[in-house]
Design a binder for this molecule. Structure first.
Ligand code: UDP
Length: 407
């Protein structure tokens, strides 16, 4: 696993020195992260690399995962969708169920951190354990709540307001709240198995394993099978592209422990694909996940992310870091990552995404230029080192009420 000094050639020495300086201010502070899944989805992806690197820097960071059963995660998935603005039927009993299950989770969870970072709505109720003991509580919201369902947001607000601060991924997601708000975008790890350089033989063997030939361009979307990632819309767009350009589509996905909807979405996707041999629906086994996703992204001609809503969309940064031309919906955190017509193409519809994919397939030089620009944008803004710095600054700020802190 990469060590902090391995990032020096990628981001420069001064960035690493700054991290060491900030970490020195956090000696002895225990930072406890709590979320609801150890694998699957962007939060787990980030914490997996974040925790060991913070520890190497000397910050005592730890990670706990709450346990919930299928019913609990069905309820929190409804909250998740409703916060993203998707229409969800939320019967009254659901709130009571969440509170009852929440009481069990509160009982089961040991709070030992000096700083407690609670990720997303599933464990949000833990803040009820907050005491007047100087511990700092932060709610890290990975969801785009700009269009949140009013009732669900009002219900969750009773917990949110107990925190000392809340972190959003983009300024567009923040709300008027009478508590401190911090803006920190997520990041990718350039040295993880998911993103590091890999030899061509590895890429070839992964393609062979999944039966993807390189005889025609490959368009890929990597995502959990989730309605908000719109895999069915991707197939619609692909079918439009295919009328003019011979190409193939890869839909690679997995599911997360806290997402009970994926089987349903997957069967709809399979039905939509109608056994078209040019559509590869790949369920990636967890043990080989990272290298396989890395290889599939690198083997792609164009990467698409046609989300309807998106918290951030780490997959977009992952694709750009591999200098791939990207077509992505202008939702959530995606426009932060894709500067339209400079570092990728943004779209808003099936037809728009099909048109953008065709433009890239027909203009490989332009596509290459967009990919190279996109990569540089990710280097400057969305690598793990910037994220570590922002978090450490936030941790320090929690002990200071003033706006400017002199270190
Ligand atoms: N991912 C993966 N395997 C899959 C599908 C997705 O490893 O089969 C990863 C993907 O590479 C990315 C993360 O899961 O690192 C998804 O994060 P994103 O922010 O794009 O979406 P989320 O799932 O958190 O909504």
């Amino acid at each position: 696993m990469a060590s902090i000094k391995d990032y020096r050639p990628i981001v420069g020495r001064s960035v690493i020195e700054e991290l060491e300086l900030l970490a020195a201010h956090l000696k002895g502070v225990v930072v406890q992260n709590i979320n609801s899944t150890a694998v699957g989805g962007g939060v787990a992806e980030i914490l997996t690399r974040f925790i060991p690197l913070l520890r190497e820097l000397g910050v005592d960071a730890r990670w706990d995962v709450i346990k919930g059963d299928r019913r609990f995660f069905e309820v929190t998935k409804k909250f998740h969708n409703a916060l993203h603005g998707r229409e969800e039927e939320i019967p009254d009993g659901i709130y009571e169920f969440f509170l009852n299950e929440g009481a069990r989770i509160i009982d089961e969870t040991d709070i030992y951190g000096d700083i407690v970072v609670v990720h997303d709505p599933q464990p949000i109720m833990l803040v009820r354990k907050k005491r007047r003991d100087g511990k700092k509580w932060v709610w890290r919201c990975h969801v785009d709540i700009a269009h949140a369902d009013k009732r669900v947001f009002a219900f969750l607000k009773q917990f949110i307001m107990k925190y000392d601060g809340v972190i959003f991924s983009s300024p567009l997601f923040s709300r008027r709240l009478a508590l401190r708000q911090f803006l920190i975008s997520p990041s990718i790890d350039p040295l993880s198995d998911k993103n590091k350089e890999i030899p061509q033989e590895t890429i070839d063997s992964v393609l062979k394993k999944y039966g993807v030939k390189r005889d025609k361009p490959v368009i890929t979307q990597v995502s959990r099978f989730d309605y908000l990632k719109d895999p069915v819309g991707v197939i619609d767009a692909f079918n439009l592209v295919k009328k003019y350009n011979d190409c193939q589509l890869v839909l690679a996905g997995n599911s997360a422990a806290d997402d009970p909807e994926s089987d349903k979405v997957l069967s709809e996707v399979r039905e939509k694909a109608c056994r078209d041999p040019d559509i590869h629906i790949l369920l990636i086994p967890p043990e080989q996940n990272d290298i396989d996703i890395n290889a599939l992204q690198r083997a792609s001609t164009v990467i698409i992310q046609k989300s309807i809503r998106e918290g951030f969309g780490l997959v977009v940064s992952e694709a750009l870091w591999k200098a791939k031309p990207v077509v992505a919906s202008a939702v959530g955190g995606i426009p932060l990552q894709v500067e339209h017509q400079r570092g990728g193409l943004l779209c808003r519809s099936v037809e728009g995404s099909a048109r953008a994919v065709r433009q890239l397939l027909n203009n490989p030089e332009y596509a290459g230029w967009l990919g190279r620009n996109g990569k540089e944008h990710i280097r400057q803004n969305f690598l793990l080192t910037r994220h570590l710095r922002d978090y450490m600054l936030l941790f320090i700020a929690l002990y200071h009420g003033e706006d400017i802190i002199h270190l």
